[in-house]
Design a binder for this molecule. Sequence first.
Ligand code: ZN
Length: 110
Amino acid sequence: MDVTTARERLEEMLAELERSIGVLQGDPAAVREHSAADAGSDLTDADRAQAMLTVATAQRRAVIEALKRLEEGVYGECVDCRKPVPEGRLEARPEAARCVQCQGKKERRR
Ligand SMILES: [Zn+2]
């Protein structure tokens, strides 16, 4: 994926996330619509909004960091091992900071 495409996709994601975060912070009624897919869980709307907000905020941070790596010319390199992150992974998750191996290691450490 070339840098221009990556930047466009990241900027779109960022705009989308900003919008979701704004909605989640401002209007709990909108959350019900957003999460209709997982209706049936016994989370309250407020819990659900909080959980979605946590996810959206973390993802926004990842996107901002990816844009920073673009600026620095190291986009597409794994932040841990510096090997190139596979193209397919970046297509699926343009904000990915790590290759699959390093991401796996990081997640096991938690
Ligand atoms: Zn790596």
